[in-house]
Design a protein around this ligand. Sequence first.
Ligand SMILES: Nc1nc2c(ncn2[C@@H]2O[C@H](COP(=O)(O)OP(=O)(O)OP(=O)(O)O)[C@@H](O)[C@H]2O)c(=O)[nH]1
Ligand SMILES: [Mg+2]
Length: 302
Amino acid sequence: MKPPEAVESFRSGTVALVGRPNVGKSTLFNRMVGQKVSITSAKPQTTRHRISGILTTGAAQAVFVDTPGFQIRQGGALNRVLNRTVVRTLEGVDLVLVVVEAGRVRAEDRRVFSLLPGAVPAILVVNKADQLPEKARMVPFLQAAAKEHDFAAIVPVSARTGRNVAELVRALVGRLPEQPPIYAADALTDRSEQFLAAELVREKLFRSVGDEVPYGSTVVVEKFEQDGKLRRIHAAIVVEKAGHKAIVIGRAGEKLKAIATAARLDMEKLFGGKVYLEVWVKVRKGWSDDEAKLRQLGYEHA
Ligand SMILES: Nc1nc2c(ncn2[C@@H]2O[C@H](COP(=O)(O)OP(=O)(O)OP(=O)(O)O)[C@@H](O)[C@H]2O)c(=O)[nH]1
Ligand SMILES: [Mg+2]
């Protein structure tokens, strides 16, 4: 049994990561959680769903909540739904990490600052510090950023190299309320293996095709069966156009095969067991601009 004073001083709470697309929120999220739970890619708007990742230490539990990149070039229904996910997430958390890229605060960043609820403390995380290694450039940037909003702290990090991430975790844990843990000590995420499987296929798709296809594509897991340690998964990549289907399949099916193999290897690592994965491609014209279709495809704020 734990001594009573240890129980009393335990801190826990929810910590949202928000920011414009592509600043490295999910890379930082995975780094803090200690495992790859949220998918990442060089393409903007990789994250499309709210997902929790849990870090538990002897003294604290931080429930990180990754969100889609908030974007101001409002396109169709998908963009609207993703922005809604960000705003809804901000409503119920204990702390916010606002992630920007080292270098310059942009109009899109300012739009995110304007969403921050006044009652919730926000830490400004200046990511990709590795891209701005000279102090002579970093210091004035941090000073300018401090004037943008009433941040509880400003912490430069590199999610890619891990630099200063432990300091960030220390700073955020100190701002969580004193209360018992929310999840079991060994919990990793609030999402199902079925959800994670669909996301891993989408990550490999995003990473292996050009800029045109990803925005108009999504992934659904149509069958997920567990047979002892073997998981049998059928996933469908849904695209907007027949031309996109041809790109995803590739010459002699090579591209689709590579996507499926890479996704399967990640699943086997994450789930700790063998995976039999089948992936095919379907054309569903107009899915990304139709809220009813988005709902059917698993978009929670459609
Ligand atoms: N140089 C550098 N690149 C980084 C760092 N963190 C993330 N990246 C890269 O930035 C790109 C975007 O990373 P993500 O983590 O997917 O960004 P995100 O903010 O979650 O993006 P969305 O989900 O699309 O909003 C990827 O190519 C990452 O490898 C960093 O600290 N340094
Ligand atoms: Mg992301």
